[in-house]
Every structure is written in C-alpha cells, then in structure tokens.
Write a protein that binds this ligand. Structure first.
Ligand SMILES: NC(=O)c1ccc[n+]([C@@H]2O[C@H](COP(=O)([O-])OP(=O)(O)OC[C@H]3O[C@@H](n4cnc5c(N)ncnc54)[C@H](O)[C@@H]3O)[C@@H](O)[C@H]2O)c1
Length: 111
C-alpha cells in the first residue's frame, strides 16, 4: 500500500502509541492529536518518552474544532482513540467523557 499520512486521536495513549509504531514500520506518516490528559500522563507531561520520535504530535483537544482542523490537514485516514480515562471518577463526569468520544469525531466529520 502506498504511504499515507494518518492521524491518530489519542495517539499518545496506550493503543495509539502502539498503532503508531506499527504504521511507521509499514512506511506511513503518523500525526497524533492528543491533549496529554494529566489523568493518563501525569501533570505537566510534554511528550511521553515511549512515543516514537517520528510521530508528529500536536497537543490539543478533540473537542476543539480549530485543533481538529489543523490536525486533519493533508491527512488520508483517521483512527479515533482519544478518550477520557474511564475511572470511577471520570464516570461521574459522564458529559465530559461523552464529549471526548463522540463530539470530537463529530467535529472531524463536519469539517
Ligand atoms: N487499552 C485497552 O486494552 C483497550 C481495549 C479495547 C478498547 N480500547 C479502546 O481504545 C481506546 C484507547 O484506549 P487506550 O488504552 O489507548 O487509552 P489511553 O487512556 O491510554 O489513551 C487515550 C489517550 O487519549 C488522550 N485524550 C483524552 N481525552 C482527549 C481529548 N479530549 N482530546 C485529545 N486527546 C485526548 C489521552 O491523553 C490519552 O493519551 C479507548 O476508546 C478504549 O476504550 C482499549
């Protein structure tokens, strides 16, 4: 398959970072849109060490239309893995959890 530029939302997370490694190994370019949520990465995290250096990390929120617009520039395909950490605490904040997993993609599709 010809090389593609692929956006992964939540690309700095567990699934996204492993997917990045696999896509890079297959010759694709990878961009990640990730807010580096403190719940997942700890306070003040800038870029996780395990994230491949070839990944074009854009720090931003999938609920931010402008951040999504920038991240989608010249992209061929999108994997959506951004999600709020599903801890008991996050579950008490159902609206925020729902917005990360559903409004984010709606923001992409409406572009
Ligand atoms: N880990 C598993 O074993 C597993 C299994 C099945 C399905 N999944 C699904 O895969 C997806 C990703 O899981 P994971 O384990 O990689 O989660 P994770 O918590 O490791 O990664 C999620 C990433 O999303 C980012 N994020 C959170 N809210 C965001 C927002 N509003 N905008 C941008 N980035 C945001 C976080 O900073 C984090 O880097 C989830 O939907 C999960 O349900 C995971």
């Amino acid at each position: 398959m010809a090389s593609k530029r692929i956006l992964i939302t939540g690309g700095a997370g567990f699934i996204g970072s492993h997917l990045s490694d696999e896509l890079l190994a297959r010759g694709h370019e990878v961009r990640a849109l990730d807010c580096l949520s403190p719940q997942v990465h700890g306070a003040g995290c800038t870029r996780p060490e395990y994230l491949a250096k070839e990944v074009d990390l854009q720090v931003g929120d999938v609920r931010d239309r402008e951040a999504v617009r920038r991240a989608l520039r010249a992209v061929d395909a999108v994997f959506h893995f951004a999600r709020r950490w599903a801890s008991g605490r996050a579950c008490t904040s159902w609206n925020s959890t729902r917005r990360s997993t559903t409004s984010g993609p709606r923001c992409c599709w409406r572009r």
